[in-house]
Design a protein around this ligand. Structure first.
Ligand code: LLP
Length: 478
């Protein structure tokens, strides 16, 4: 039973809790926690930083990101996919100027989906030619900014966008004279976003998914081929790749197999009509969506295994069609930034609620909530939470971690077990909050956004400071 179709499952008591009841409540499953997470004398440490010290210095709630975890996952992707592929980090999962610099240092490429993300990336010095620009409704101004900067590729999403780009290519002002600018004599490089009719989520995928959605050019309806024709016909545009994105939190590569198969068939068809495309369409972009472990029951494949599958799939499909194997591009967001960040909260209120059947659910209220993590309310997302400021040998109590917002759907961790001696003032840590938590945060109820700090080698520094009362008031016109 749900109070709201998009809301969390209120009042539902899972029949079997064994899957979320750890053997030892103090355990930190390495599949779920940052690579630099540990316990020292019972206290959670992050890259050698005592979580109590972090809370004292920066306050709570607090996002703490393990810098080495982030960097090492960038390296994992670069190593696994090798030199024949491009790994684009999906900025939408989380972006800050420091992240942009780390990505540049690690040699990754970057995907943006708005002028805001593009602007930050460029201002932080990211090489424009390694940026791809997505989005289903890019404005004229956003497209001009991207063309002006000379970004690597614009992933076009509609016939309207193709028209806008043709117009931009035809005007002389944008980027004129700027070396590398797409108006300085070079064509605007575009990919076609293809809606391949595959929808993937964790273990399941549907090969005949509805194309009834806002993104891309429908393959089945023939729009994708028509998009290719218009790009080819569009003066000043160059088709450099085909793109698809089939979903998120994917554990099973089979969905990519179907999507790669369909993209390759489309490429084959396009080359029959326009043989010159064999030379220019050099990239097959399979999008993002590689899953991570939010709880110990999640078992995503390793990056190596996923890379091997995707590479083999594309090679096989191209060989079957007699095509030269193009470069593969992938766009992981969550899999790079998700696992290395934890949110640290302080417990403020504890309330036992007696449910039917003699079941007691302990509501543990923390000092943040749906403004710093909307994913539980929005997607029924599961998270792992531990008592962080000390260890405990107390028995497990059935708990629900909730926030401080004026909304009953304000749930951070719906079903969990915490030590029965949990007390006001204790610190809780929620794992794997690096992706789409800060990025989707809000000021609901006028709460300031938490700071986001980086931890490395026993030190910490702020990447983003906590919002202040002044920040919250600065849009007021009084
Ligand atoms: N590429 C494209 C074209 C995308 O649309 C996305 C995500 C990605 C890459 C990155 O996907 P990832 O590897 O991070 O799963 N707010 C939701 C996720 C929305 C994803 C939208 N597109 C969440 O919190 O789960």
């Amino acid at each position: 039973m749900r109070a709201h179709p998009a809301g969390p499952r209120h009042g539902q008591i899972p029949a079997d809790h064994s899957s979320i009841l750890p053997v030892d409540l103090n355990d930190l499953d390495p599949a779920v926690w940052p690579r630099g997470a540990d316990r020292s004398a019972g206290v959670l440490t992050l890259a050698g930083n005592d979580v109590r010290d972090l809370a004292a210095e920066y306050g709570t709630p607090l996002f703490a990101m393990d810098e080495q975890d982030f960097r090492s996952r960038c390296q994992d992707f670069a190593d696994a996919f090798g030199s024949a592929a491009d790994v684009h980090y999906a900025a939408k999962a989380f972006l800050s100027s420091h992240i942009v610099k780390w990505l540049a240092q690690e040699g990754l490429s970057l995907d943006v989906c708005s002028g805001g993300e593009l602007g930050l990336a460029l201002r932080a010095g990211f090489p424009a030619e390694r940026i791809g620009f997505h989005g289903s409704n890019k404005s004229q101004a956003e497209l001009e900014a991207a063309v002006d900067a000379g970004i690597g590729a614009i992933i076009v999403d509609s016939f309207d966008e193709i028209e806008r780009l043709v117009e931009i290519a035809g005007t002389g002002s944008i980027g004129a004279g700027r070396p590398g600018g797409a108006r300085s004599g070079t064509a605007i490089r575009v990919m076609i976003r293809v809606t391949v009719g595959v929808e993937a989520h964790t273990h399941e995928f549907i090969a005949t998914a509805h194309e009834d959605q806002k993104f891309g050019f429908s393959l089945a309806g023939g729009d994708a081929m028509e998009g290719i024709r218009r790009v080819v016909a569009g003066p000043g545009l160059e088709l450099v790749g085909l793109h698809s994105h089939i979903g998120s939190q994917i554990f099973d590569p089979s969905g990519f197999e179907v999507s790669a198969h369909r993209l390759v068939r489309l490429l084959e068809q396009a080359i029959v009509e326009y043989p010159e495309l064999a030379d220019t369409v050099t990239t097959l972009d399979l999008g993002g969506g590689l899953g991570i472990a939010y709880t110990s029951t999640d078992t995503p494949p390793s990056v190596d295994a996923m890379a091997k599958s995707l590479t083999e799939i594309v090679e096989r499909e191209c060989q079957a069609s007699g095509l030269v194997v193009p470069r593969i591009a992938v766009e992981p967001g969550r899999a790079i930034v998700g696992p290395g960040t934890v949110t640290v909260y302080r417990v403020g209120t504890i309330k036992d609620v007696h449910l039917d059947g003699g079941v007691v659910r302990r509501y543990v209220s923390v000092d943040g909530g749906m403004s710093d993590n909307i994913r539980t309310a929005l997607y029924d997302a599961d998270y792992t939470v531990v008592l962080a400021s000390r260890s405990s040998a107390a028995p497990a109590a059935r708990c629900r971690v909730v926030g401080k917002h004026c909304e009953s759907g304000d749930i951070v961790v719906r079903d969990c077990y915490l030590p029965a001696d949990l007390a006001i003032g204790d610190l809780l840590a929620v794992a794997a909050t690096g992706a789409y938590c800060y990025a989707m945060s809000s000021n609901y109820n006028r709460l300031p956004r938490p700071p986001l700090i980086a931890v490395a080698d026993g030190t910490s520094r702020q990447l983003l400071r906590r919002e202040t009362d002044d920040d919250l008031m600065h849009l007021e016109t009084w």
